[in-house]
Design a protein around this ligand. Structure first.
Ligand code: 5AD
Ligand code: SF4
Length: 439
């Protein structure tokens, strides 16, 4: 038998890309590829790119430039660009960087095997269409490999919200939900391979409305179906839009035993003026009332969010409104970003905020978020949580896992295995994790 070819995938950006990279590796596994951790010995390099912030395209070009030497040494090396930069730039990538053999958009990953074959025949392969088919259905082909205890499962892709700063509606296309039966089959398969916690993924996951056995199913409906899967212990989902937090989903947070008490619900800003300019179609008040309802259903829920500071026309007063909102919600986790222009989005045309002011706001916001994060973590000390153990820690005999609330918990216990779900009493709160002891 010939040596397997080696595939190196570098993944940028969100969990959706992590999931997609796994599927791409599986698809190319069918072509005789095994994954390698280094670009140096690869026969194929794929950059799975992200376009959401930063100067994404420029970064990709400079990364590609670095492969020049590799390709000179190994003319058979194939180089591909996947993900949202591939979608946004398309053919332009091959024009600017002739090293590139393959450009594939997120909706075309199931076509990778034939695209790879094309590159082996010495041709260039480009596919950035938005076909009307379930790429994941076409991507499942490999023998059942054992998996770790946690996995992502994409249930929905794309977005129809068109927030004024965001490229997702352009790079990932319109909102599409996968049919429920396929998701349930995939979940069942993951569980058979050792998975105990599934995070349902979607750019706008709570807008899920896939075909179910009795018409359309909501995300809550899907979660209730997953709740019945034996061996699956935990369900999470991300990322949600406030306007799609339906009543049945809020209720599920109080009643569905496998749904974890953690919710990522980006608000982006606390200023109604800015929210309006962002085309968010909710106000800070409606967001706060929503959180009240979620907390009424599940009082211990840990909230997480995303923020953009320095959005065009954000004044100090607008920013203060964001701080006020954060103060009121108290996030257990939050991700804050300085606004960055994404060409082609409506906000790109507008007057930018002074970068120094934006830097300063970002620091102040992050300081406040970190303080709350720490307070919420510290409040866990003395409490008993359930930890799903994932991997060994750095110290001998130590294992690390996640609590219901997504806190990392370190426990010394040589008898603990990956995949164990155990009650742990929290004894200490550290910078970014908790420590505890088995009960
Ligand atoms: N600039 C800064 N942050 C952005 N995000 C999306 N687009 C931009 C942009 N142009 C942030 C939002 C979103 C998260 C995934 O990335 O906060 O929720
Ligand atoms: Fe982008 Fe999320 Fe807004 Fe959709 S809802 S446009 S993915 S920020």
């Amino acid at each position: 038998m010939s040596e397997p070819k080696k595939l190196f995938i570098k993944t940028y950006g969100c969990q959706m890309n992590v999931y997609d990279s796994e599927r791409m590796a599986e698809a190319l596994g069918g072509q005789g590829y095994v994954e390698t951790k280094s670009a140096d010995d690869a026969d194929m390099i794929l950059l799975n790119t992200c376009h959401i912030r930063e100067k994404a395209a420029e970064k990709v070009y400079s990364e590609l430039g670095r492969f020049k030497g590799l390709k000179a040494d190994k003319p058979d090396l194939k180089i591909g660009v996947a993900g949202c930069v591939a979608q946004a730039e398309g053919q332009e990538i091959m024009r600017r960087q002739p090293l590139v053999d393959l450009v594939v958009g997120p909706q075309s990953y199931h076509r990778l095997p034939e695209m790879e074959a094309k590159t082996r025949a010495g041709e260039k392969a480009l596919d950035t269409d938005f076909p009307e088919e379930d790429k994941f259905e076409k991507l499942k082909n490999r023998p059942k490999a054992k998996r770790g205890p946690t996995a992502f499962l994409t249930v929905q892709e794309g977005c129809d919200k068109f927030c004024a700063f965001c490229v997702v509606p352009y790079t990932r296309g319109a909102e599409v939900s996968r049919p429920a039966d396929r998701i349930l089959r995939e979940a069942q398969d993951l569980v058979e391979r050792g998975v105990r916690e599934i995070t349902l993924l979607g750019q706008n996951v709570n807008a899920y409305h896939g075909a179910g056995s009795n018409g359309e199913m909501t995300l809550a409906g899907l979660i209730w179906e997953l709740n019945k899967v034996d061996g699956l212990e935990r369900i999470r989902f991300t990322t949600s839009h406030p306007n799609d937090m339906a009543d049945d989903l809020i209720e599920a947070h109080g009643t569905c035993d496998k749904l974890m008490p953690y919710l990522h619900l980006p608000v982006q800003s606390g200023s109604d003026k800015i929210l309006k300019r962002m085309n968010r179609s909710h106000t800070s008040e409606s967001y706060l009332r929503l959180i009240e309802r979620i907390r009424a259903a599940r009082p211990d829920i840990v909230m997480s969010g995303d923020f953009i500071v320095g959005f065009p026309e954000e004044t100090e007063e607008d920013f203060q409104a964001t701080l006020d909102l954060v103060e009121e919600v108290k996030y257990g986790y939050a991700y804050s970003f300085k606004y960055s222009t994404r060409p082609g989005t409506p906000a790109a045309e507008r007057a930018q905020v002074d970068p120094q002011a934006a830097d300063d706001r970002l620091q102040r916001l992050q300081a406040l978020i970190t303080r709350h994060q720490r307070e919420i973590q510290d409040a866990m000390v003395g409490r008993t949580v359930r930890v799903l153990f994932e991997k060994p820690g750095r110290l001998p005999g130590q294992m690390v896992g996640k609590s219901e609330y997504l806190h990392s918990v370190h426990v010394v216990g040589p008898e603990i295995s990956s995949g164990d779900l155990r009650a742990v009493r929290i004894t200490e709160s550290r910078a970014n994790s908790l420590a505890g002891a088995l009960l």
